[in-house]
Design a protein around this ligand. Structure first.
Ligand code: MN
Length: 488
């Protein structure tokens, strides 16, 4: 992540003379430098653009520079927007229009016509906004004073969504085996997803993984077990099961790193030659930033990796999740989320324990080791990407996670408990109406606004279920969006 930067492109024109242009350039450079101190990625001042050619050049450069994750534009002065058309029409990177102003206050005694000509963002940013609207460009508009913390926070948040775009475009998913038989929602058009989101989703034989596992040495395993001991409490006498998971993790990681994959799937229905479904192995890989999807769910796997990359420090608190069962006591309604084994410890409230238990489902010859913990309390979201046939729909629901209201001592897996918005049952009705899957990415540090920004940049449908959603409004929204996306 540390390689990415954003480019600051400032609009102007020759009308004002060289002194004004020098001032604009000096201030833009100062602003980029100051903002870079507080933003998660550097903002690099590139140009004060005054001609069609300058804008076309900087866009061409941005498109081809792998480290450029997006451009942020601003018009210190007026900048006639016909000269932006050729450049913007070719822009392939995320685009944010920052409507700000160098000065916070109107200087009562000093203000004259020279001041007005130099400081006319109120005027220039409107001309700039028109042309992007006219071009129907996906973009983020952020208005506010550049030194205000809330405004800087919004730019930071958009930057992370743009990083999600960069990560998406390079995403490679390694599938071990196919999807679980007969399941619908985990299916999808892999060609369409590659065209739209950039994902390369391909399959590898479980037999290749077993071969790789056999090549892992006891010394390699010793080293990884030490890492497990540093991060987790060992709450089992079955050390061999832990060592077996380490063998699986090392083998999967080697195969993924060799192919440049950042996400993977497997299925309990196809473990030929393996003695345990990877539990601890998948969980620790997720903690390291890899995406995972159970039952061959490659869409949720890639999304998990992308949300992780959008989160804090490029590896945030986002986890592959599954809605398992409900608590329907009136006034205390909750979803209980978990998975067979594979819940990411980035969402744990406390230090996870490694346990081994029997797993009846699937082809396990031995009891798989897994991490068991409670999820932390806090606001968050769950997201599901579904294939509607001809287009993708991203559904995001706001949630409030709580400390699980009971200890559930016989539940042998990690668990997260939450209330969906607007309330559990209305939230469930809305989710089901929209077609959301049982698998989701649950995140504590990526927001619905960021996912909206991401969906806009990826040009896919976005549905947000929030505290203000009603089933009636949602049905109408889905009906209208269905029509609009068929025309698009
Ligand atoms: Mn599942």
């Amino acid at each position: 992540m540390s390689n990415y930067s954003f480019w600051f492109v400032v609009g102007s024109q020759f009308l004002y003379g060289p002194d004004v242009l020098d001032t604009v350039a000096a201030r833009a450079s100062e602003m980029a430098e100051e903002l870079s101190k507080v933003l998660p990625y550097p903002l690099i001042y590139k140009v004060t653009a005054k001609t069609n050619a300058e804008i076309a050049d900087v866009v061409r450069e941005a498109n081809y520079d792998k480290t450029c994750a997006g451009i942020i534009t601003w018009c210190h002065t007026f900048s006639p927007s016909k000269m932006w058309i050729n450049g913007l029409a070719n822009l392939q990177k995320p685009y944010c229009h920052f409507a700000t102003q160098y000065n916070r206050e109107i200087p009562n005694e000093e203000i004259d016509m020279d001041f007005m000509n130099l400081n006319q963002a109120a005027h220039g940013d409107r001309e700039h906004g028109f042309i992007a609207a006219r071009l129907r460009m996906p973009r983020k508009v952020i208005a506010g004073y550049w030194q205000d913390a809330e405004v800087q926070q919004r730019i930071a948040s958009w930057m992370k969504a743009a990083i999600g775009v960069a990560v998406s475009k390079e995403m490679k998913v390694m599938r071990f085996g196919d999807n679980m038989r007969e399941v619908a929602v985990t299916e999808g058009d892999k060609v369409e997803v590659q065209i739209k989101l950039g994902w390369q989703v391909n399959t590898w034989a479980v037999g290749d993984l077993v071969k790789e596992m056999n090549a892992v040495t006891e010394q390699d395993i010793d080293k990884l077990v030490t890492v497990y001991e540093d991060h987790y409490d060992i709450a089992t006498d079955n050390i061999e099961a832990i060592r077996y998971q380490a063998r699986e993790e090392i083998a999967m990681r080697r195969m993924m790193d060799r192919e440049g994959c950042k996400a993977f799937t497997n299925t309990f229905q196809d473990l030929y030659g393996m003695k345990q479904l990877p539990g601890l192995a998948s969980q620790h890989l997720m903690a390291e930033g890899y995406g995972y999807g159970g039952e061959g769910d490659w869409k949720v796997s890639a999304m998990t990796a992308i949300l992780k990359a959008m989160g804090e420090n490029g590896n945030g608190a986002s986890a592959f999740m599954e809605d398992y069962t409900y608590h329907l006591v009136k006034g205390s309604e909750y979803s209980l989320g978990a998975h067979m084994l594979e819940v990411c410890p980035s969402v744990a409230a406390d230090r996870p324990r490694i346990e081994t238990h029997h797993l009846g489902i699937g082809m396990n010859e031995e009891d798989p080791a897994r991490l068991v913990f409670e999820g932390k309390a806090g606001k968050g979201i769950v997201c599901s990407l579904i294939d509607m046939g001809g287009r993708l729909r991203l559904i995001v629901q706001d949630i409030e996670a709580v400390k699980p209201i009971m200890p559930m001592p016989n539940l042998p897996v990690a668990r997260v408990m939450w209330r969906a918005m607007p309330d559990l049952l209305t939230g469930v009705e809305c989710w089901i109406t929209a077609g959301g899957a049982h698998h989701t990415v649950l995140s504590y540090d990526v927001t619905a606004e960021q996912m909206h920004d991401w969906a806009t940049m990826m040009d896919i449908e976005f549905v947000h279920i929030s505290k203000d959603t009603t089933p009636e409004k949602l049905e109408e929204e889905l009906f209208l969006k269905d029509l609009a996306w068929k025309l698009k």
